[in-house]
Every structure is written in C-alpha cells, then in structure tokens.
Design a protein around this ligand. Sequence first.
Ligand code: XMP
Length: 512
Amino acid sequence: MAKESTGIKRKRDGFFAKMDKHGLALAYGNVRLKTMYTEVKPAEVILRTCFSRNICLNIPIVSSPMDTVTGADMAIAMAKLGGLGIIHRNMTPSEQASAVAKVKFYLTGRPIKKPICVNANSKVKDVLKTIEEKKYQFHSFPVRDDNEKLVGILTRNDFDFCINHDLAVNKIMSKELVTGKEGISAKAAFEIMSRSRKKILPILDSEGKLVGLYTLPDVKRVIMGNTDEYSLDKNGSLVVGAAIGVGEDAMRRMELLAPKGVDVVVIDTAHGDSKDVIETVKACKKAHPHIDVVAGNVSIGASALRLAKAGADAIKVGQGPGSICTTRVVAGVGRPQVTAIYDCEKKIRGSGIPIIADGGITYSGDIPIAIGAGASTVILGNLLAGTDEAPGEVLIKNGMPVKSYRGMGSLGAMETNKASRERYSQGDGSKEKLVPEGVEAVVPYKGPVSIIVYQLIGGLRSGMGYLGAKDIPDLERKADFDRIDSAGQRESHPHDIVITQKAPNYNETGRV
Ligand code: XMP
C-alpha cells in the first residue's frame, strides 16, 4: 500500500517550496531547466521508463485516449516506436476490445495461443456471419471435427471460390495439412510456410492437439522488423492500453478487454479524486489483479495520495492544461501543469507509483521539464493528432491539409458519445443541456507519427545532455528550475527576425 512521501529529497524541492510560499503555480512556459556539468552525449541517453507499476516503455511518450488521437493504428505505431497508445472509449466495449485485439495480434512473436477455429460441420454462411458479427480482420481458420481434432484449414481463397454458402465447411476446406511442432520458432515456422506456400501454420503438441497458430504476416514482421525498440509484453506482442470509465462501464469493458490481453487500463475522468474513481480502482484490481490500473486525472498531491492508497498503479495528472480544454475557464478550476506534476509526485515519492503528465505539451522541451518536475511519461493529444495514424480523414481548410482534433468534453464528442458525457459527469439530455469543457478544432496534417516522435525524442535527448542526465531517473533526480517571466519567455523563442524556413520542431503557434 502506498504511503505518504518517505522524505526522499530532490534538487527541485527548494525551488517549488519558494514558489509555494508565494502562492505561485507554474505552467510549462513559466520555467526552464538549469543546465549542469555534463559528460553525457544526447545520442547515448537511455529513455526507458515506466508508464505504470508493471508496464515499462522504451520512450516516455504515450498517445492520449481521445477519439481523434488513439485507435488501433495509433496504438500499433506508438508501441512500435517504443511508447504506448491508450485506445479511447468513445466506442462500444466490444469495438474497443477488437481494437485491443488488433494491436495484440499485430506482432505475434509467438504463435497465437488460442486460435479461433471453426467446426467442420458448420455451414459456410454461418462462419461468414460470425466473421461479420465479431469483426474479425482475418479469413483463415483451423478446422476441427467434433472431437476437436484438426482436420483441415479454411482460407480466404476457399471463401472466395465458394458459390454455395449452404455447404458445410468440410466440403470447401483444404485437407492437406502442414503443421509445426509445439515450441517451433517464428523463423522455422516461416521456412515451413515458404516451402509449402501456406499462409497459416497450425501448431500441434505431441498428442496432435492444436495448441497455437502462426500467420504469415506475423512471422514476417518478426523476421523482417527490428523489434528491439518496440514496447513488447512477455509473449512478444505489442503493449497496449485502453481507457475505461467508472462503475459498471469500467467492469463491463474490463471483462471484454482482459481476454484480449490488454496490458493496462486507464480510468479516464476529468476529476479522479472522487468516490466513483476510488471504488473503480479497487474493483478493477480485485477482479483483474494482473492488469495495471491507472487513475486520474488529478492535480493536487493529496488527491494523488488517495488514488495511490486505493491501489492505482500510476497516477494521471492534468486538469485543464490540454490544448482543446476549456475546463479552467468554464469551471474556474485546475492547476498549471508543472506545479500539478510536482505536487502529485512529491506526495507519493518513493512509492514506486509513476506519475503521468497528461496534456499541455507544446514543444519537445516541455517533455524534459515534465520529467524534471517528477513525471515518468507524458501523454500527448495535440502533437500526435493530425498524423496518418490518428483516426479521421485529411481535410482541406483554407487550402491547407488538416485533420480534426477535438476535446473529449467538446459539444461534438459529448453529443454523440455517452463515454464523453460520463467523463464530464453529464446526463443524456439534449444538446442545449450539455455544458462543454472542450472545443472542436483542426490541426495541420503532419504525415507519419514516427516523424513527430523522432523530433520530440531528439529534443528530450538534447535536454538530458544539457543536464548530464544519463537516463530518465537521473533527469528526474538532477532537475532544478528557474522561473521565467514574460521577458524570459520572449527571449526563449526566436525573436526580432522573420522566419524564412519552417523548422521541423518549431512554429510560432508552438506546435510541431
Ligand atoms: P493536449 O495539450 O496534448 O492535451 O492537446 C490532451 C489532453 O487533454 C485532455 N482532454 C480534455 N480536457 N476538456 C478538458 O478539459 C476536454 O474536452 C478534453 N479532451 C481531452 C486529456 O487529458 C488529453 O489527454
């Protein structure tokens, strides 16, 4: 059980104590890290960090559970970059579970453990109906008889050439079986598959029982891709998170997410220091102790401690810093993000429970600041929206390619999604009865997310080099700050010039 801060001291404590004395709460733009003696080269720093108690990543960057930021495609891309994607919840629980499954199946370094099989006597039309209903992305199945013995393989070709859907599966399946033995590596599986020109390879145990399945795209990814940087679970699958609400919604989603192998769930609410969230943390941990549970959002140390004591595996900090948030001006609440991160981290320091800085990251330099204030990872919305992997189409606005980016508490999101209404404790009334805490917007189209993350990581590495921080914990230990006023802020940006060439990591509005 998490205890109140154990008295561990940090360099930054003196700075924040002074600020607190004056009642000053600080945003990213209000501070800069002090440089220090260094022997550290930016290219050599280690960026490994923990998102939650049991989920560690190769880079401290996580994509936000927003419906214009993280679906399965973004989650796959983020895990391949060494980070993490949290699948949003403005979709039904079963759609969300399918999105998680898509990420988990994307890269199976090992055979799929429980392949979905069909019975030899089932009708083709019934199999097609199941594919449609369950939204399976594949059309290849091992076929078993009534004694569960493998008797054939059904592939997309068999469906394509079948003109009578009333036939039984055993009339159209291939009976020529090519199989692998339990324990076979992806490389050996690929060799058998290329020799026999089979796109799936059932794996049998010593008694001939089906115990797994390799698919061609999966083994090819493992063989061809350099997976060293990927965020992987112990089975070699990409790591993925999913957002849940509170109460029944949370439990229903978890029931469907757990069998798909979700690694971490994020209780995603605008105000995490509440009875509902605390009870949901406890219920989730009791029902699914092996799945990490992140709780939030909060901005006060005492709130972080309450969530930690309830059993949360990480605390998500951020009330109102987001680029599309209007909570601070609509409700008059919230806290500038650097102070919020510091206060929450200080209160649970030494507990082993990471702090996640959610929202308000405008420049790559805000990431070392967030970590220096006490965060282990950052969640990004705006900076990753507008990329190829974010949901939604590229639109043209004033001749410029853009993509939609909207707050989960915006009118549009709340009107169409119960989950968004719940996040902001709103009922199911008419449009006029909704009180938004976010806005709907567009952001420039940015191409592949890997380009954006490359620049963000480059900035973080550079910051760590200036501080002589060899890894993320070292940065967190060494960081100390200066507060800057408006003259310091002006001086921080390019000034007294006209920019003639856009830099890949800077523009005047702040976003990459
Ligand atoms: P950035 O700055 O990256 O922030 O765009 C993304 C984070 O903002 C939060 N979020 C909201 N906050 N009203 C709010 O007050 C909203 O409508 C809203 N939608 C998202 C969320 O924490 C996200 O990760």
